[in-house]
Design a protein around this ligand. Structure first.
Ligand code: NI
Length: 171
């Protein structure tokens, strides 16, 4: 089922999410299936549970956007255990549609997480995958990509969004 994606301004997006403690349950499998469906419907490369209004430490990533099954990654209770180098590239977010800005992040990361069965998994990512992993893990900590921008740029985006909210064009 495609879920509604919550937009910037909703407090759930800026709240640190709760760890997942029950694995391999029909609820968790159903939630992950919904997250894939929602992410692909929105043509995103990643989606975090807070973006569908659930304060849980779960994200899905597919940098191939549905092209390669082996690129599908589910990370639960993830942590970044290694960061190397830096990269700057355009970034956007399904919760902040219409805005894209350059963000500087680590070029390479190693992430340790749990899968849907609760098993420990590790992913090494570079470039786009590293960017997606950092962006989606940020979401679980209540951090949005605009937090990485200058105050000036962030305020500019906030003002534009406030206008859209007033016009009823942001929901
Ligand atoms: Ni995002």
């Amino acid at each position: 089922m495609v879920r509604n994606i919550v937009k910037y301004g909703d407090v759930v997006l800026e709240t640190s999410a709760e760890p997942i403690t029950e694995f391999d349950t029909p609820e968790l499998h159903g939630l992950i299936a919904d997250m894939w469906e929602t992410m692909y419907a929105a043509k995103g490369v990643g989606l975090a549970a807070p973006q569908i209004g659930l304060s849980k430490r779960l994200s899905v990533i597919d940098t191939s956007v549905g092209e390669r099954e082996e690129d599908k990654i589910v990370i639960i209770n993830p942590e970044i255990v290694l960061k190397e180098g830096s990269q700057t590239g355009e970034e956007g977010c399904l919760s902040i549609p219409g805005f894209r800005e350059p963000v500087t992040r680590a070029h390479k990361v190693r992430v340790r997480a749990q899968n849907e069965k609760g098993e420990t998994v590790e992913y090494d990512g570079e470039e786009l995958l590293a960017r997606a992993l950092q962006h989606e893990i940020d979401h679980l900590n209540g951090i949005l990509f605009v937090s990485h921008l200058s105050t000036l740029k962030r305020d500019m985006i906030r003002r534009k969004i406030r206008k859209l909210q007033k016009a009823g064009e942001w929901k």
